[in-house]
Design a protein around this ligand. Structure first.
Ligand SMILES: [Mg+2]
Length: 173
């Protein structure tokens, strides 16, 4: 179980994903979470940083798909300007939505990575599917009470992995 909660990488921000290294690993598809991965909960539309990053992904030849547990409204409004496929109400960590995302990109578990800010949804879901998993530091610390409780558990798990040499923290964390 612990192994399924462990991300392959832990980085400071989705925008710092080492795209060249992804390419070297044979990764061609990126499944990307929205809330607290790309923007804070209260940011309704893709900001310039997000748009530029997706343009970069496209220029480098990556396929991308947004995978969010949030509502249709939230996801459709956010992805309007990005022009990538999206799955809303994904029920991560369940496998089904990860499969849909890969089908939309035409990729498979060997050449797909998932980028997200939560261990129990993004990382666990990705690992269950055999994807390469990247955990990012949440964009914003203001979160719902339920998420704050999850963060306490996540912190314990991350601390323990770091202590056992199983995970490296991003610089300065
Ligand atoms: Mg999230």
């Amino acid at each position: 179980m612990m192994e399924l909660l462990r991300p392959d990488e832990y980085i400071a921000s989705a925008f710092e994903t080492d795209l060249d290294r992804m390419m070297e690993r044979g990764i061609t598809g990126l499944i990307i979470d929205i809330d607290n991965t790309l923007v804070s909960w209260k940011t309704k539309t893709a900001d310039r940083k997000v748009l530029e990053w997706f343009a970069l992904l496209d220029a480098k030849g990556f396929k991308a798909c947004i995978l969010s547990n949030n509502t249709k409204d939230r996801v459709v409004t956010f992805t309007e300007t990005i022009r990538v496929p999206a799955v809303y109400r994904a029920v991560k960590p369940r496998k089904r939505a990860f499969r849909s995302a890969m089908a939309m990109m035409g990729t498979n578990p060997r050449n797909t990575a998932v980028i997200g800010d939560q261990i129990f949804t993004d990382v666990y879901g990705g690992n269950r599917m055999g994807l390469y998993t990247i955990l990012v530091v949440p964009v914003d610390h203001k979160e719902f009470i339920t998420t704050r409780l999850v963060r306490i558990l996540e912190k314990r798990i991350i601390d323990s992995m770091v202590r056992r040499g199983k995970l490296k923290r991003p610089e300065g964390r």
